[in-house]
Design a binder for this molecule. Structure first.
Ligand code: GTP
Ligand code: SPV
Ligand code: MN
Length: 594
């Protein structure tokens, strides 16, 4: 085999993998456009990709996964630490040695008749002090093409790696897409990921959740930094000053939308602007000035398609107009473009649904054109509001952390923690209705601490302790302020009470003012809340009144008493690694709402 690197650890690993998987061919992904173009042409011949209308959607493709393989599979995702305790009660655990053997038995010979693609990639700008390197091997051109959008791939990465052993090994084998033999396994102590029998994004683009969250969260705990399920946005005020915010919302709960939002008219006129640094993952580290700095380790967006339209998220829509791979959306056969629920009110009448079966725009049936978890993989450079700091190897300084989930009741529109530890408490008890991003029931409220429940690569209570410990290293005035938001509160008729999307800037404005000490707040049982008149609702007359705002900012003590019970049960289920600081916050909350 031709080698693209002399790195002995890389070559030894590849030799062992090749002997096991038995590929017919081996291709190193160099990062050159011509190579990627050729591979996509090849995938079009086999039907793995469909080339879309090149005038309307240049360099865009459609891909359909198997119908049993459309989302992350949390029940089949494992953290394989030496002991079960290290993985903690929220993770599925298997013994590392037994798991390697089981996976090798599944994967053995599975590249016969196929090509092994070797993808060297960097999470973070190549050579950034915050970046990390991985190598993924895969038998899927779809994976190659997606990784080339979502990460920085190619020869340059190997040059930066040199002879270092500090890289993450990733094996992906499609096998037969057998759902019964599907496993997504992380071995944090070995910097190793092993994914078999899937072809869906979050399960197979190993740089993303498997590395940048599960493996990286473990590395971060060991090395004193943080890997979080957070967007990063820059908010520029009329004076031209930009403040950066990281926000953690569970899957399909609004990160991409918030990161790319367009300010409401009045704000635009005043000169407010929002810039996107990232929409899903943040790697965060203390800088020389004592503040926390975040980079987005990704190079593209793997965004939820349904609901994305010219009103809700025009920046995301614009981002998908070139060089994008659409997965499991509806195929408009009249003009060879794509469609999904919520794109517009004109579903194509001559189309194939996401499974490839003919579809005539029957929107009133329970057969959608696009899968609810259909996605676009789009290059970050396409984004009209991409931050000028996107490639900054040092990252951007963070003023605020925001946690938020989908809660029809209870959680107010916004509130602020009393201090860092209380903010960690608020993040630790985040709960949200489940979405189509993972297989299983949708709409069930569950605890999703820091929106990281499916992504913490070690014990949850120890992860909370890491958050507390980070706080101890920060001077209080340099630490990001911590907030909680809820865009999804519903009235008694089941309607969203808050318009959301661009209007969320009204809440961000209050948050930034709090960071700058420019507005005071009301201290309530649960934390600091805005005075209703301090949230600007000008221009929202039809949608929000001072009364409805008051109700979104109210604390219903009886509901919070229930919540306290739920938190007590949750903490009990996590065992004795939950730090005392958080138990103290829970005691305070309990007393306050009694
Ligand atoms: P992942 O990529 O799965 O991590 O998700 P995400 O957090 O980036 O979610 P995304 O922004 O794609 O939002 C998913 C869904 O939430 C879409 O259907 C949106 O229409 C909806 N959504 C986003 N923001 C808002 C909001 O402010 N209000 C309401 N009501 N819905 C929203
Ligand atoms: C999520 O589910 O949080 C995603 C999509 O961002 S996936 O990459 O599939 O995990
Ligand atoms: Mn996500």
């Amino acid at each position: 085999m031709e080698r693209l690197t002399k790195n002995p650890t890389v070559n030894a690993w590849l030799d062992e993998r090749i002997a096991l998987l038995c590929p017919d061919n081996i291709v190193w992904i160099t990062g050159e456009k011509s190579q990627l173009d050729e591979l996509k042409e090849e995938a079009c011949k086999t039907g793995e990709l469909i080339k879309l209308n090149q005038e309307l959607l240049p360099e865009c493709y459609l891909h359909r996964t198997a119908v049993n393989d459309v989302a992350r599979v949390e029940a089949r995702t494992f953290i394989c630490t030496p002991t079960k305790e290290e993985a903690g009660p929220l993770n599925n655990w298997m013994d590392p040695a037994e798991t390697y053997k089981m996976l090798d038995d599944i994967a053995r010979g599975s590249y016969k008749g196929r090509t092994m693609y070797i993808i060297p990639y960097s999470m973070g700008p190549i050579g950034s002090p915050l970046a990390k390197i991985g190598i993924e091997i895969t038998d899927s051109i779809y994976v190659v093409a997606n990784m080339a959008i979502m990460t920085r791939v190619g020869t340059k990465v190997l040059e930066v790696l040199g002879d270092s052993d500090d890289w993450v090994r990733g094996t992906h084998c499609k096998c037969d897409i057998d759902a019964e033999k599907r496993y997504i396994c992380q071995f944090p102590q070995d910097n190793t990921i092993y994914s078999v029998n899937s072809g869906y994004g979050g399960n197979v683009l190993l740089g993303k959740k498997c590395f940048a969250l599960r493996i990286a969260s473990y590395q971060a705990m060991k090395e004193g930094w943080q890997a979080e399920h957070m967007l990063i946005l820059g908010l520029q005020n009329p004076k031209g000053e930009t403040k950066y915010i990281c926000a953690a919302f569970p899957s399909a709960c609004g990160k991409t939308n918030l990161a790319m939002m367009i300010p409401p008219e009045g704000y635009k006129k005043d000169g407010y602007k929002v810039f996107t640094v990232g929409d899903d993952i943040s790697w965060i580290r203390k800088g020389a000035d004592g503040r926390l700095y975040a980079i987005n380790p990704e190079n593209g967006f793997f965004g939820v398609a349904p609901g994305t339209n010219d009103k809700s998220n025009p920046n995301a829509l614009a981002t998908t107009k070139r060089g994008t791979i659409f997965t499991n959306v509806c195929h408009n056969l009249d003009n060879n473009t794509v469609w999904w629920e919520g794109l517009d009110k004109n579903p194509p009448t001559n189309a194939d649904d996401w499974t490839g079966v003919h579809w005539n725009g029957e929107v009133d049936t329970d057969r959608p054109g696009a899968n609810p978890n259909s996605r676009f993989t789009a290059p970050a450079v396409n984004c009209p509001c991409l931050s000028s700091e996107f490639e900054n190897p040092e990252g951007v300084p963070i003023s605020a952390f925001i946690f938020g989930g989908r809660r029809a009741k209870l959680a107010p529109l916004v509130y602020q923690s009393r201090d860092w530890n209380h903010g960690v408490f608020i993040g630790s008890v985040l709960s949200s209705e489940t979405t189509a991003a993972a297989t299983g029931a949708v709409g069930v409220v569950r605890r999703d601490p820091m929106a990281m429940r499916p992504f913490i690569g070690y014990d949850c209570g120890t992860y909370f302790k890491h958050w507390i410990d980070i706080g101890k290293t920060l001077e209080p005035e340099k630490a990001p302020k911590i907030f909680n938001v809820n865009w999804f509160r519903k009235d008694d008729e089941g309607h969203f009470m808050w318009p959301g999307f661009g209007d969320n800037l009204r809440v961000l404005e209050w948050i930034i003012k709090r960071c700058d000490g420019e507005v005071d707040a009301v201290e309530t049982e649960i934390g600091f809340m805005p005075k209703p008149e301090d949230i600007n609702i000008e221009g929202l007359e039809d949608e929000v009144t001072l009364d409805s705002l008051k109700s979104m900012l109210s604390v219903d003590k009886s509901l919070w008493q229930e919540e306290v019970k739920g938190i007590e049960e949750f903490y009990a289920s996590l065992g004795d690694t939950v730090p005392a600081e958080l138990h103290a916050c829970l005691d305070t909350l309990k007393k306050n709402v009694e």
